[in-house]
Ligand binder design. Structure first.
Ligand code: KIV
Length: 296
């Protein structure tokens, strides 16, 4: 196992690196990022894959679900993230509607994420039924990340955000989905909201690296949403979310302290202010003195 400690020189993560990691049983790390600052922090922390997830619809834009976010909104965030990423493999989510109408539109939109957004792959939700389309996008030299299980863009079909793959027939469908994506040649497969036993079977079965979220510890890698690990979602966390920090508390404390300092005239202090150069100050005093003398 060759874990690269933070601060060591790092090599660029590519599709080949992800495959190598699977072969060497080295965990793949992935986090979402939606803007320049978060992308820089995540990339500097040596995370392998950065996903500009369509979860930004909720975390950044305040929409109720992922369905309303547009290609242009996703591109705006992808470009910002691109500017902050040096080493991580950058994947952009294709939003709902951008690859559902036809192959041409799917390829055209995917190409926009590569050309205009600077992403290195695009992610599309759906398994067996999406495999032919995904093959066509890959044929256009665009690496694709698959996403099966609890696919948030299907929220209305699923009737809510429910763990998938609980019955035998559902498990069999998930296996077919994973195999279809594997055969289509995807770069990785995101497994969301499925029993750990099913995720383990899929991970064992496919050549493609799997990245889990709410899919247990046996996937080749793990992804979490940046805002979830930092308590920035204003919502009750899902069972699989582990909070690694409390940015909401840190930000609230800082904002309240700023307000209190302004209200009590403690901000800004003299040392936080700009001053006139000594000569200008002296000249100004002479002018003011003359004016005062003329008024007498
Ligand atoms: O949009 C997103 O953040 C995602 C991950 C949770 C896999 O799709």
């Amino acid at each position: 196992m060759s874990l690269t400690p933070i601060g060591e020189p790092r090599r660029k993560i590519t599709v080949a690196t992800l495959l190598e990691k699977k072969l060497h049983h080295e965990p793949i790390t992935c986090l979402t990022a939606y803007d320049y600052a978060s992308a820089r922090l995540v990339d500097d922390a040596a995370i392998d894959v950065i996903l500009v997830g369509d979860s930004l619809a909720m975390t950044m834009l305040g929409y109720e679900n992922t369905l309303s976010v547009t290609v242009d909104e996703m591109l705006h965030h992808t470009r910002a993230v691109r500017r902050g990423v040096k080493h991580a493999f950058l994947i952009a989510d294709m939003p709902y509607g951008s690859y559902h109408v036809g192959v041409h539109e799917a390829v055209r939109n995917a190409a926009r994420f590569m050309k205009e957004g600077g992403s290195e792959a695009v992610k599309m939700e759906g398994g067996e039924k999406r495999a032919d389309l995904i093959r066509r996008v890959i044929d256009a030299e665009i690496p694709v990340a698959g996403h099966i299980g609890l696919t948030p863009q299907s929220v209305n079909v699923m009737g809510g955000y429910k763990v998938q793959g609980k019955s035998l027939s559902d498990v069999e469908q998930l296996m077919r989905d994973a195999t279809a994506l594997d055969r289509a040649g995807v770069a990785c497969i995101y497994l969301e909201g499925i029993p750990r036993e099913v995720a383990a079977m899929i991970t064992e079965e496919v050549h493609t690296p799997t990245i889990g979220i709410g899919a247990g510890p046996d996937c080749d890698g793990q992804v979490l949403v940046f805002h979830d690990i930092l308590n920035l979602t204003f919502a009750h966390p899902a069972k699989f979310v582990r909070r690694y920090g409390d940015a909401a508390a840190t930000i609230t404390e800082a904002v309240q302290a700023f307000r209190a300092d302004v209200m009590s005239h403690q901000y800004p202090s003299d040392s936080e202010s700009y001053h006139l150069p000594k000569e200008t100050q002296a000249a100004l005093e002479t002018v003011l003195e003359r004016k005062r003398a003329m008024r007498k």
